[in-house]
Design a protein around this ligand. Structure first.
Ligand code: ADP
Ligand code: MG
Length: 763
């Protein structure tokens, strides 16, 4: 722990204080349960209302007691004391750390019910559609017991369904859907078209994944715009480049840069003068960089897969196909060109928001995860959130073995196969966490070669993911999965039905093997947490080689002298600490990247908030009409005959059209600015200051221009009893829109994503 000792101590003591207060409430609750058990359902539902006063749960002990009784009646589960403590912390607005399998779903639902009883609307944010649906259905009887309503929004929900569900008291939804609906709601021209109802509280499940790992992932709403990029010729030219001669990859493997020799080669192949001339710097050079990035840094089956003629990204932090994710348009097209696929139609970004900005819109955010403590710094600095650690209901019976370290990757791989074969020969179930699809498949092949049946769970078959992972604890089962696949799924010993529970428990429970340390200790602990649920026995061990990425990049060329045994194994305290050191260095780099990237995002987020306010005023009042009438009294007088409603709506549509149009232009422009700042390497100013200066100036212009253009349109366009005929005048909103998450730089790995995946301007 070293330098952070003081910090962990401070953490401990503040958690202890919370613990004391909540423990006494929880034990009073326990004493009340007996009397509430005597009451019938209706009387309980009435009694719970009395525990609430002035928008707060006041009588917390009675509240917990009633919810406990209701939970056992409706769900057949009586919350453990630690679960009740967790509920209290959620009601205080903390992120709670609670181990995998300790029952966070129930905790979240009880807290959501508590918030809903105080009249607040709650979004329970899940990591995917499957869990939103599962949890809403699972918890429904408890919520409805109190006369409250609950529902789930998933990707498959229609507009109408969404509008209905968002009006319920408690809404389960994956974060992407909430964000997309928010973006789409920012394109409407009449209040009645709103889909989302504002929510007061977000309870975020797997909080570290959503709030930290994916914080800077932008959600994008794009509209169709015909025209494609000609990337074929450039891709062809770039395919002739040689690593180290024509381009170099930086030590962290995040960036590929043309050398002078490489630039000359590309110029010759494309038959142009200079890539850096004014003519080419903004366009050709950007495309060359995209093609080079696609060629040199993005590897098929690691960073993306090709399936049915389409490129699908592999989400680095979850190791699964990210259906909703795309790279920024240019890069997506470059990868498609590299794979010889049809290059997808060009679009225009209408709006976008990062998860961090989206979550910042909730008046209150709280959440739960098995690994919050390791994300304490980030949760505090990004969201001002406090972490509370909740004890386990039963003591942990998992044995976490020290890393097994090998000199080379090859020796490590051989040792992994040996260990799995050994555990398998005893019948102990094994769950192996790998880092990418290619590794999973390699390992499965090696195990097949040894006659061992393997369930491979990876980005290529994620529909069955939950079902397969639920069986990972069965006798003799070997399951290989990429990183966090199946987060949220319960792994029971002896199979999902626990038929052979006693046998598997006797064998030592589920064994979890990590094939390399992750970029953050938090992700290591997530993997370990798959074993030892609810006091089950279990085992976890990580295999490490000195050739692993994290050791190579984190160590940045530092050497350790090691004396491997015959099988390549190194048993040395010094080498173990070196591996820890490498991981800490990597974590530090990720934090730094995040804070740099957020600087770029923060300003856009602030501008977006101003825009939101303006939009709301235009939608909810006659502001548009008043402003236009003031700027163009004559035209206003001409329209005096029309009913006020029609006039006001026409003015509203005109104002909103130009506002949204200008905002979309602004986003595109700021994107270009980010790229050109990098490419031109402005020496006078630091890039971020330059960026800020331009962003502020452009945003002011945007606001003025949007009104000026609206006045022009107001004067020119036909406005009659049917309203403003904007389309006739060529002012048309895109006929089709689509949404996606941008996974900018998969190479940056779990823990962060770049807003610009191509050119790394952040240093
Ligand atoms: P987590 O999200 O913390 O990993 P889950 O909410 O998925 O855990 O719950 C894990 C398992 O524990 C589920 O099978 C659930 O039914 C069970 N469980 C949770 N709370 C209780 C309880 N109070 N009593 C009995 N079983 C419980
Ligand atoms: Mg869970």
């Amino acid at each position: 722990m070293g330098a952070f000792d003081w910090f962990w101590k401070a953490m401990g003591s503040s958690s202890e204080r919370n613990d004391k207060a909540s423990k006494s409430i929880v034990s009073s609750a326990h004493e009340l349960i007996g009397s509430f058990e005597q009451r019938d359902d209706a009387s309980l539902a009435a009694a719970v209302r009395e525990t609430v006063e002035g928008g707060e749960v006041r009588d917390k002990a009675a509240f917990l007691a009633i919810l406990s009784v209701a939970s056992s009646r409706t769900l057949g589960m009586t919350p453990f004391e630690v679960q009740n403590q967790a509920v209290l912390r959620l009601l205080e607005g903390d992120v709670i750390q609670m181990a995998t399998g300790e029952g966070k779903t129930l905790v979240g639902a009880i807290a959501a019910t508590g918030y809903a009883l105080t009249g607040r609307r709650v979004h329970v944010i899940t990591v995917n559609d499957y869990l939103a649906q599962r949890d809403a259905e699972w918890m429904r009887p408890l919520v409805e017991f109190f006369g409250l309503s609950v529902g789930a929004v998933t990707e498959a929900s229609t507009r109408r369904e969404r509008a209905g569900v968002y009006r319920r008291d408690i809404v389960y939804a994956p974060v992407a859907e909430v964000g997309f609906d928010h973006l789409r709601d920012n394109q409407i021209t009449h209040r009645s078209q709103t889909v989302q109802a504002p929510a007061d509280v977000a309870i975020v499940d797997e909080a570290d994944s959503v709030l930290v790992d994916e914080a800077l992932v932008p959600l994008v709403l794009a509209g169709s715009q015909p025209g494609t990029q000609a990337t074929g010729r450039i891709t062809e030219a770039v395919s002739h480049l040689r690593e180290k001669k024509d381009y170099v990859i930086d030590t962290e493997g995040r960036n590929a840069v043309l050398t002078d020799e490489g630039a000359r080669r590309v110029e010759a192949l494309l038959g142009i003068d200079s890539l850096y001339s004014d003519e080419h710097i903004g366009d050709t050079l950007v495309r060359v960089n995209l093609a080079l990035h696609a060629r040199a840094l993005l590897i098929r089956d690691i960073h993306y897969i090709v399936d049915e003629g389409k490129v699908s990204l592999v989400d680095a932090s979850r190791g699964r196909v990210a259906e909703l994710q795309r790279w920024p348009d240019g890069l997506q097209a470059a990868v498609e060109a590299k794979e010889g696929l049809d290059v997808s139609e060009g679009g225009r970004i209408l709006d976008s928001i990062t998860l961090q900005a989206l979550m910042g819109r909730y008046p209150r955010v709280c959440g739960m995860t098995g690994t919050a403590v390791e994300a304490t710094d980030q949760l505090r600095s990004f969201y001002g959130l406090h972490v509370s650690v909740i004890d386990r209901a039963q003591p942990l019976r998992r044995f976490d073995e020290a890393d097994r370290i090998y000199a080379t990757m090859e020796e490590k791989d051989a040792a992994i196969v040996e260990e799995i074969a050994h555990l398998n020969s005893l019948g102990q179930p094994v769950l192996v966490g790998t880092h990418d699809v290619a590794e999973s498949e390699g390992l499965a092949e090696a195990l097949h070669g040894r006659g061992i049946a393997v369930n491979v769970l990876n980005a290529k078959n994620d529909q069955e993911e939950a079902r397969i992972i639920a069986e990972a604890g069965d006798v003799g089962r070997v399951t290989v999965s990429t990183q966090m696949a199946g987060r949220g799924t319960d792994i029971r010993l002896g199979g999902a039905d626990e038929a052979d529970r006693a046998q598997v428990a006797g064998l030592g429970g589920l064994a979890v093997i990590g094939t390399a340390r992750h970029r953050t200790a938090r992700l290591d602990n997530q993997l370990r947490g798959r074993a030892g649920r609810q006091g089950d026995p279990g085992l976890s061990v990580f295999f490490v080689s000195l050739e692993d990425d994290i050791v190579a990049t984190g160590g940045a060329g530092e050497q350790v002298t090691a004396h491997p045994g015959e099988d390549g194994r190194i048993e040395s305290g010094r080498v173990s600490s070196f591996v820890e050191h490498c991981q800490r260095v990597t974590e530090g780099q990720l934090l730094e990247i995040h804070s740099q990237t957020w600087k770029y995002n923060k300003l856009l987020a602030d501008h977006r908030a101003i825009l939101d306010e303006r939009r709301a005023a235009l939608l909810d009042t006659d502001l548009a009409w008043r402003e236009l009438a003031e700027r163009s009294p004559q035209r206003a007088a001409e329209l005096g005959e029309l009913p006020a409603e029609v006039r006001e709506q026409a003015a509203r549509e005109i104002m909103l059209f130009h506002l949204d149009d200008e905002w979309s232009e602004h986003l595109a422009l700021m994107d270009d600015v980010r790229e050109s700042i990098h490419l031109r390497a402005i020496a006078r100013e630091t890039p971020i200051d330059e960026y800020h200066r331009i962003a502020v100036r452009e945003f002011t212009d945007l606001a003025n221009r949007a009104v000026d253009r609206a006045v022009e349109t107001f004067n020119e366009v036909t406005i009659d009893a049917e309203g403003a005929h904007l389309a006739d005048a060529g002012w048309k909103r895109p006929s089709a829109t689509w949404t996606y998450m941008v996974s900018d730089n998969p190479l940056a790995g779990s823990g962060n994503s770049f807003i610009s995946g191509v050119a790394n301007i952040f240093r």
